[in-house]
Design a protein around this ligand. Structure first.
Ligand SMILES: Cc1cc2nc3c(=O)[nH]c(=O)nc-3n(C[C@H](O)[C@H](O)[C@H](O)COP(=O)(O)OP(=O)(O)OC[C@H]3O[C@@H](n4cnc5c(N)ncnc54)[C@H](O)[C@@H]3O)c2cc1C
Length: 396
């Protein structure tokens, strides 16, 4: 069945189930009713962490995942997927971001050794971050979390016409968003306790009285859903080229400009743009010309590479910090409250931080659900969970 037909079938099935969900009442003692909003890498990995822990702890649950878009149409699907954590706002503590990044790096290195690594878009690449003098801000905070970090020497940027004077080299991980999100989605869809609904949520009040917990993983969508005006887009346009001879990534920052060449599993991504406050997801010919011009300077051999794709997405950025916290949300219309765990605002680093953030979101979810024990997930258990079928389901 083609992708379009599958999507239509998915919509028809989910639409048919909607009225049932609206009317559903708890039927089993102690069963936890959970709604997740968002099915990008943050929503999928948070759902996976939470469900795996609940299954492990023998806690009955039903989970409904709502999203306007599913794979392959989320921001996470389009991202290059290079592991390189960003601070994501001046008030997110550095140690915290470093922890989330390290957890994710370790998870991706674990997956890389599995036979499915290529299929799910996970690979190891090393490469460079290079800078002009005025752009360099010292060694990155995550330098001790990666393998093989060292300063680059001038011979390594020789021949690049970009006024580069300093840089570093390290072993990074690649997680190609579309392959990875497909794997997570398919794994979760095999579990009968989980159902998916393609639908835009207009207010959290839709869930009031129906769920014990809502996980909000809506990325840029939190701007409208929560009226959170700290959330804004940083628009990124990229191109995909066929260049199998490119084996290292290179990210160059010069005079407020960024140019990068990043090999993924299926193609090489070249970019990009970083446009604060620009909500357009249309690709622009001006940006296309600028990307080609700077990437040809960075990697002249790309002039012989066939262009195979183009994509534009919005980095879900939040002033000051990522929002990973609990909230007791009060619904004025019904005078009731709802337990919410927020996990959004990962800017240009969601794929680099997702695994660590999902673990912390699960910790907060356990507290919100009143579960006394602490969740914990061994990598082997998580992997087995993702590869297996449901073994504890409230919907059977
Ligand atoms: C050009 C570009 C390159 C990037 N490269 C990298 C990279 O190399 N490495 C890296 O780590 N990161 C990169 N990023 C950043 C990364 O893509 C994001 O940080 C990550 O995708 C955020 O994941 P998310 O799940 O929060 O958001 P999304 O993937 O946008 O998912 C949000 C989900 O919420 C749903 N949703 C939103 N609002 C509602 C609503 N009201 N009702 C129902 N559903 C809703 C959406 O439909 C979607 O399912 C890049 C981003 C861009 C744009």
């Amino acid at each position: 069945m083609g992708h379009w037909a599958k999507t239509r079938l998915f919509r028809e099935v989910t639409q048919g189930l909607r009225s049932h969900v609206r009317n559903r009442v708890t039927t089993r003692m102690g069963e936890k009713r959970i709604a997740v909003i968002g099915a990008g890498v943050i929503g999928l990995s948070s759902t996976m962490h939470l469900i795996a822990n609940l299954e492990k702890d023998n806690i009955r649950h039903v989970v409904d995942v709502y999203a306007s878009e599913f794979t392959p149409n989320t921001t996470s699907d389009g991202a290059a997927g290079l592991w390189e954590p960003l601070l994501c706002g001046s008030k997110t503590p550095v140690e915290q971001v470093d922890h989330w990044g390290r957890e994710t790096y370790t998870w991706l290195r674990y997956l890389r050794k599995k036979d499915i690594a290529g299929e799910i878009g996970v690979a190891q690449y090393s490469g460079y971050n290079l800078f002009s003098a005025e752009e360099f801000d010292g060694d990155p905070f995550w330098k001790d979390s990666v393998i093989g970090y060292r300063r680059a020497v001038p011979a390594e940027w020789e021949g690049i016409d970009m006024n580069l004077t300093v840089g570093y080299y390290f072993v990074s991980m690649m997680v190609q968003g579309n392959r990875y999100c497909k794997w997570l989605t398919e794994s979760l869809r095999r579990r009968s306790a989980i159902q998916f609904y393609q639908r835009k949520i207009l207010s959290l009040s839709e869930f009031s009285g129906k769920y014990d917990l809502v996980l909000n993983c809506t990325g840029i969508g939190s701007h409208d859903l929560l009226n959170d005006h700290k959330v804004y887009p940083v628009r990124g346009q990229i191109m995909k080229v066929e260049a199998p001879w490119i084996k290292n990534f290179t990210v160059a920052m010069t005079e407020g400009e960024v140019a990068y060449v990043i090999p993924c599993v299926d193609h090489v991504v070249i970019g990009g743009t970083m446009q604060d406050g620009n909500w357009s997801t249309e690709s622009s010919p001006i940006d296309r010309a600028s990307i080609l011009e700077k990437c040809y300077r960075l990697e002249p051999s790309l002039k012989n590479a066939r262009i195979v794709g183009e994509w534009t997405g919005l980095r879900p950025t939040r002033q000051e910090c990522i929002r990973l916290e609990r909230e007791q949300w009060n619904c004025s219309a019904t005078s009731s409250s709802l337990q919410v765990v927020h996990n959004y605002g990962h800017a240009g680093g969601g794929l680099s931080l997702h695994w660590g953030c999902a673990a912390d979101a699960t910790d907060l979810a356990y507290q919100a659900l009143g579960i006394v024990r602490r969740p914990s997930l061994e990598r082997d258990y998580a992997y087995q969970f993702l590869q297996s079928d449901s073994h504890l389901s409230s919907r059977l």
